[in-house]
Ligand binder design. Structure first.
Ligand SMILES: Cc1cc2nc3c(=O)[nH]c(=O)nc-3n(C[C@H](O)[C@H](O)[C@H](O)COP(=O)(O)OP(=O)(O)OC[C@H]3O[C@@H](n4cnc5c(N)ncnc54)[C@H](O)[C@@H]3O)c2cc1C
Length: 373
């Protein structure tokens, strides 16, 4: 960013459009403003950190000191904002309320809510015209919550739309498994909020499959293990595409982020205590319905049936307890395990990314999901 001329020196007063008012988009806007560039943040949701608010019940494994951007802190300082204790761990809700929203408020009308970016292209250049493409500004197509649409001309575009809205599917080849879309209403792609009575009831005394080996999968395993101590017959079936090796549980005590390491250790303890049983080498090919139940089917033909004990390949953990007599299904998507960003410091640059006409998509899909039955 340091090589980027500011608006005054170029006479170009078109904004740099930032897609998304999450931690990265807002930090990008703070950096742009610090360099005399005019950011315009377009956020699909109704508030700053709309994606982060979706998992407000989850505590970060990063400290406040790691998730507050220095340029953002400078922008906030004149308002009297004081960073919370650098060594403390915020929840997603804390992060959004105590940092992201105040930051967006300082940016004022440079943040627009209910503004979904539906496409980005070079102005006046259709898909077939290459000539002069690089000299054209960007045109950003936006649809607002009230239904009206706008076209915004931008000198550059920073895509900070995140990955939350495009979780990785269950399918082993990175695309939805057969039947996964049809079962969507019974799958959830997030860490369950067991503080919510309805969500708790969905998992209490039932078997939940947790698919994936990222930090969110570990969080789900740890939460379900805690629930199992209170609610008999609660059990997690942990579905892994690979086997269990030295690095499966992350860095443990040696992790650069101690709280992240602790999550892996809690997941390991859940398996050791028998609250979760691992099913390894399970590459999901299909999600089938059996009555009102869902069954995961692997490419090798194994069936993860909630009513019978799942067959386990070598390396599996302890066996699961008997199955419950009733249940419903849900799946949750979780974030990939390392590498996590050290902080929310953006890697954005006003140098324009390649133009595209499709809606922004997540470059790094999530990897884990939970399923209960
Ligand atoms: C449960 C969980 C725990 C985590 N814990 C940690 C942690 O401890 N430490 C850590 O460093 N990271 C953690 N992360 C990851 C961290 O949340 C992400 O790295 C971070 O949120 C990425 O920020 P972002 O701004 O790129 O994307 P997001 O936070 O996803 O924000 C993207 C924003 O863009 C908006 N948007 C999307 N599409 C459009 C569109 N077309 N038009 C307009 N707006 C759009 C969304 O509404 C959203 O507000 C965790 C993630 C999860 C899910």
């Amino acid at each position: 960013m340091t090589a980027t001329p500011d608006s005054a020196s170029t006479g170009d007063d078109r904004p740099v459009v930032v897609i998304g008012a999450g931690p990265v988009g807002l930090a990008a806007a703070a950096h742009l403003a610090a360099r005399g560039l005019e950011p315009l943040v377009l956020e699909a949701g109704p508030a700053a950190g709309s994606a982060v608010r979706e998992w407000s019940h989850v505590r970060l494994f990063s400290t406040w000191g790691e998730v507050v951007d220095p340029a953002a802190e400078k922008l906030l300082a004149p308002t009297g904002w004081v960073r919370p204790d650098a060594a403390a761990y915020p929840t997603g809700g804390d992060w959004a309320e105590r940092y992201l929203q105040p930051l967006a408020d300082v940016l004022g009308d440079r943040v627009r809510y209910g503004a979904t970016v539906t496409g980005v292209a070079r102005a006046g250049r259709d898909r077939l015209v290459d000539l002069g493409r690089d000299e054209q500004p960007f045109t950003v197509h936006v649809r607002f919550a009230d239904g009206h649409e706008e076209r915004i001309t931008a000198r550059a575009v920073v895509d900070a739309s995140g990955t939350w809205s495009a979780p990785a599917p269950l399918g082993a080849d990175g695309l939805p498994a057969l039947g996964e879309r049809a079962a969507a209403g019974r799958l959830a792609y997030r860490v369950p909020d067991l503080g919510d009575p309805a969500v708790r009831a969905r998992h209490a005394g039932r078997r939940t499959a947790v698919v994936g080996s990222g930090a969110s999968a570990f969080t789900a395993l740890a939460l379900l293990a805690d629930l199992a101590k209170e609610e008999a017959r609660t059990h997690a079936v942990w579905v892994l595409r690979r086997g269990i090796g030295a690095h499966t549980y992350g860095g443990g005590d040696a992790d650069r982020l101690p709280s992240r390491g602790a999550l892996g250790l809690r997941a390991e303890a859940a398996v050791a205590a028998g609250h979760a049983s691992a099913v390894t080498g399970f590459r999901t090919q299909a999600v089938e319905r059996e009555g009102d139940r869902l069954v995961l089917v692997a490419q090798d033909g194994r069936r993860l049936d909630p009513w019978t004990r799942s067959s386990s390949s070598p390396g599996s953990g302890p066996t699961s307890p008997s199955s419950p007599s009733s249940g419903s299904a849900s799946t949750s998507a979780c974030r990939p395990r390392p590498p996590w960003p050290r902080s929310s410091t953006p890697t954005c640059t006003p140098a324009a990314p390649s133009a595209r006409t499709a809606p922004p998509r997540s470059p790094t899909p999530s990897r884990a999901s939970t399923w209960s039955a």
